[in-house]
Design a binder for this molecule. Structure first.
Ligand code: PMP
Ligand code: GLN
Length: 379
């Protein structure tokens, strides 16, 4: 028998719910992926590069053109200064970037602060390297950060703070003032910060994304992570990236080169061509806001209490008026009886905190969202 490194971990809720949706032919609003295709222009670039023999190892750091374009994008959007040679790396999805930052930084007994509900990858990755999670609860239903609590939880052992903004699953986004508070905390402490910004371009109601890349004074403490899966509707390509000051990047690359070495080559070339046109990402917020509005309007006609959604392609809702079941049981019933699969928010807490809230993914065709609403309307 293998002595498990993750004895308390089972299959992720995303796989579990997608499988249940398949088994019961339910509409999958659980796992976060679009059910529409990516732009044919992007697909044809992938086709072009794979047929033109761009099929061997990419550089360990990533295809140069892609890194140059990312450097320009961050400079244009956030006036930040990341050198494409020494401070940007392409990764096999944001997941691999996050995992690799954790492998780079975390020694046994180091503490890592996360905010719960938290994306499910953070805790197991930290524990695999002997680190200890220090969770801070985002108080339901506002889900805002208590900065006083954060300051109190930081001590000599604190190595890293992980922040996901815009936030999955709460749909909350950070304000400029929130960022200033983080900046001061980083200045006053010895810890690093991992900014998981995979939903960077999905913010609503005219609110703009506050990237940690703006915080020049603490650049040497911050890792910024993004995902082309979210940006270009290609979650299955698993291409992400990381931006970090050169000394941090040097250490990151030491681990990255032995973790995966490099990332799928033709996808990187295709994405680079597509990224040249900012129209390909600057209108993502309008595109998803229309879907959010369509879905939320329909859900508001049911007994679900819809929670605010300022960003990401997830919206949460409380079902206390509909059922007394636990959220895990409720999502099972909803999948089997109403044919709509969702995610129980308790899956994002180490103590499985259950506020009777579930998460819907609205990155779907309008017709899929309308069909799901039809199935939910009797509730
Ligand atoms: N962070 C968050 C908050 C996510 O929701 C996801 C899921 N896409 C990831 C990281 C992982 O992104 P990727 O699919 O690029 O690995
Ligand atoms: N990020 C996606 C979500 O939150 C899932 C990715 C995965 O399946 N690991 O739904």
């Amino acid at each position: 028998m293998i002595k498990s490194k993750l004895p308390n971990v089972s299959t992720t809720i995303f796989s579990v719910m997608s499988q249940l949706a398949n088994e019961h032919q339910a509409i999958n609003l659980a796992q976060g992926f679009p059910d529409f295709n990516a732009d044919s222009e992007l697909i044809s670039r992938l086709n072009y590069y794979s047929t033109q023999n761009y099929n061997q190892y990419a550089p360990m750091t990533g295809v140069e053109k892609l890194r140059v374009l990312l450097s320009e994008k961050y400079s244009n959007l956030y006036q930040s200064d990341y050198d494409f040679q020494n401070e940007i790396n392409i990764t096999s999805g944001a997941s691999q970037a996050i995992f690799n930052v954790i492998s780079t930084l975390i020694h046994p007994n180091d503490e890592v602060i996360i905010f719960e509900p938290a994306y499910d990858l953070y805790q197991p990755a930290v524990e695999l390297f002997g680190g200890k999670i220090v969770p801070i609860l985002l108080k339901y239903p506002e889900y805002s950060i208590d900065f006083e609590e954060l300051k109190q939880k930081i001590n000599d052992k604190t190595k890293l703070i992980i922040v996901n903004n815009p936030n999955n699953p709460t749909g909350k986004i950070l304000s400029e003032n929130d960022l200033k508070q983080f900046e001061q905390i980083l200045k006053d402490s010895n810890c690093y910060l991992l900014a998981d910004e995979v939903y960077e371009h999905i913010t609503f109601d005219g609110k703009s994304h506050q990237s940690f890349a703006k915080l020049k004074s603490v650049k040497d403490k911050v890792f910024i992570i993004g995902s082309f899966g979210k940006l270009f509707h290609i979650t299955g390509w698993k291409i992400g990236y990381i931006l970090a000051e050169k000394e941090l990047m040097k250490e990151f690359r030491k681990c990255h080169q032995f973790n995966t070495f490099s990332t799928h080559t033709p996808s990187q070339y295709a994405i680079a061509d597509y990224l040249e046109n900012p129209d390909h990402y600057l209108h993502l917020n309008d595109f998803f806001q229309q879907k959010r509005d369509l879905f939320v309007k329909g859900l508001a006609l049911t007994n679900f209490e819809v929670l605010p959604c300022e960003g990401t392609y997830f919206v949460s809702a409380n079902y206390a008026k509909i059922s007394d079941l636990s959220d895990e049981e409720f999502v099972k019933q909803l999948t089997i009886k109403n044919k709509v699969a969702t995610i129980p928010i308790s899956a994002f807490y180490h103590h499985k905190t259950d506020n009777k809230v579930i998460r819907f993914c609205f990155a779907k065709k309008d017709e899929t969202l309308l069909m799901a609403l039809e199935n939910l309307k009797s509730l």
